[in-house]
Design a binder for this molecule. Structure first.
Ligand SMILES: *Cc1c(COP(=O)(O)O)cnc(C)c1O
Length: 526
């Protein structure tokens, strides 16, 4: 199949990636440089070793029961668990993960102020996975720990920690699926409603609202490439339209990689002063990769639903770890309270099996119930071993007060970015808002820098992005994703800086340069 013939606008960029991989791997699988994957190739070791040690301790707890029958254990006891843990740590002191786990328990006890025995019991039982998740929304102490981690990374004030509720879910993408379902079921988003979407954006977020299940009308709030992909005030003003029910954004962006600037946050705040009913849904999975991040949730907590995933920062896509966070006092609950009486009745009946008082059921708890078709709510919730690893990731980041892990991860990405531009033979643009997790290669802008405006115009007019990407795949076995699929308005390619070695980015830069040089020859000889 020739990519030059396919309709780039229609196919998801992730499908196009698969086609490009096919082309690029024809010569040799090994030589292919696939910079289409957002999946990181780095991962956090220490909290994983911590998980292994916790596992050994948990099994020793289980072994205390039924020891006379081989292969069968029992549930762990709260009583005496702290003393048994101390003995365990002492006898495992030189093994990887033991010191971290020991420090984590001290941190939870001394710094966060939770009883060590209750924390240990929650984690041990969670590891063993011998009970249904309870509470279904999230394990009790675990929720408080993850909330602390989350709000620290979101640049939020201390008050919000106590006022924020979490629902632990199977990654950020599950969070979005659950949200769309429950917003629909609760008449917050109805067929034909307008929703605003900050573009360019992770392409599925453009595709979901259009599904026949939702039939929402999309209004694009477009970032300006010439302003470092920030959203101009004029675009934000579209949100003043009262028909727009919700505003979806990814912050920092994918594929733009930049966080909303302080100015844009300030402008958004002013809009919401006039649109107090506007619901904002923000996916902040890349928060940890930028400096001085501030989430929309930290600025507008009552209007915002926050989605976060552990996938990228901890290199944990296979774990499926994410959370939905909401303020206790939020506009979704208010909107539900003010629905028409017949809708209220319908919802009362929908949730009557879950609680005696369904009208009072908070939206976040409706999400939990809806995630298992309401009737199966008692078996809802993220598996407890997953929650345990999530808590250990969160503790690891909280305990790293000097930010060693964060600096190391940022350094990896920034070095790759520099290598890419070294390969292109251009000075790399820098931006304090950038996460450097992805970068958009804007062929027109780069062409202009290298060979002047006239070439750039010729290139943009004559060379379809598909052809450029196909040549990269065919001749150099380099796979990049088309920016178009993410609703980037100009010809561009997304390079993920997460998934290859530093030297590979140098090579990708050199390859893009070589192909542009060849186009320039074509231009001169035209
Ligand atoms: C990678 C990514 C995620 C992560 O999703 P998971 O389901 O947690 O793996 C979420 N949102 C965006 C925009 C992403 O790019």
């Amino acid at each position: 199949m020739d990519l030059r013939e396919i309709e780039f606008e229609k196919l998801s960029p992730f499908e196009i990636k698969d086609l490009l991989i096919n082309i690029a791997s024809r010569k040799s699988q090994k030589m292919m440089l696939n910079a289409g994957r957002g999946n990181p190739n780095f991962l956090a070791l220490i909290p994983r070793y911590g998980f292994s040690q916790l596992g050994l301790f948990a099994l020793s707890e289980a072994e205390r029961h039924f020891g006379y029958m081989e292969g069968i254990g029992g549930q762990s006891d709260l009583e005496g668990i702290e003393a048994r843990f101390e003995l365990f740590v002492r006898s495992h002191w030189d093994e990887k993960g033991a010191r971290f786990l020991n420090a984590a328990v001290s941190y939870v006890k001394d710094h966060l102020g939770f009883p060590a025995d209750r924390f240990l019991h929650e984690m041990v039982q969670g590891y063993l996975g011998c009970d249904y998740p309870s509470p279904v929304r999230m394990l009790k102490i675990g929720e408080k720990i993850v909330a602390r981690y989350l709000l620290k990374e979101m640049g939020a004030g201390h008050d919000l920690i106590g006022e924020t509720q979490l629902f632990a879910v199977e990654g950020g993408t599950a969070a979005m699926s659950y949200l769309f379902e429950s917003l629909k079921a609760n008449f917050i988003l109805n067929e034909g409603d307008k929703i605003a979407i900050a573009v360019p954006i992770f392409s599925p977020y453009l595709e979901i609202p259009k599904l026949d299940t939702y039939r929402l009308v999309e209004v694009e709030i477009a970032a300006d490439k010439d302003k470092g992909y920030q959203i101009p005030a004029g675009e934000l003003e579209k949100l003043l339209d009262p028909e727009i029910k919700a505003f979806f954004l990814v912050n920092p962006g994918n594929p733009t990689a930049v966080k909303l600037s302080a100015e844009v946050l300030e402008n958004l705040k002013k809009i919401v002063e006039k649109r107090k009913d506007l619901l904002i849904i923000t996916d902040d999975v890349y928060a940890t990769f930028v400096d001085n991040f501030k989430s929309v949730y930290s600025v507008l907590p009552h209007n915002t639903i926050l989605v976060y995933s552990f996938s990228k920062y901890f290199g944990a896509t296979g774990w499926r770890l994410g959370v939905i966070a909401m303020h206790e006092d939020n506009i979704v609950d208010k909107k539900i309270q003010s629905l028409r009486e017949e809708q209220q009745k319908e919802l009362e009946s929908r949730y009557s099996s879950v609680t005696m008082n369904p009208r009072e059921l908070k939206f976040i708890d409706r999400l939990v119930a809806d995630s298992r078709n309401v009737a199966l709510r008692h078996t809802a919730g993220l598996s407890t071993p997953q929650q345990v690893q999530m808590v250990l990731f969160a503790l690891y980041a909280l305990m790293d007060e000097e930010g060693k892990y964060k600096r190391a991860v940022k350094r990896i990405l920034r070095r790759r970015y520099k290598a890419l531009y070294r390969g292109l033979g251009l000075e790399q643009p820098t931006d304090e808002n950038n996460s450097y997790y992805y970068t958009l290669i804007d062929a027109e802008a780069i062409g202009e820098k290298l060979y002047g405006r006239e070439f750039a115009e010729w290139f943009t007019e004559k060379i379809p992005t598909g052809e450029f990407l196909t040549r990269l795949a065919e001749e150099a076995q380099v796979v990049l994703l088309p920016g178009k699929g993410f609703d980037v308005k100009h010809p561009s390619a997304r390079v993920s800086l997460a998934n290859l070695r530093e030297v590979d980015y140098l090579k990708i830069g050199q390859t893009v340069r070589k192909i542009l040089d060849e186009y320039y020859e074509e231009f001169k000889n035209r």
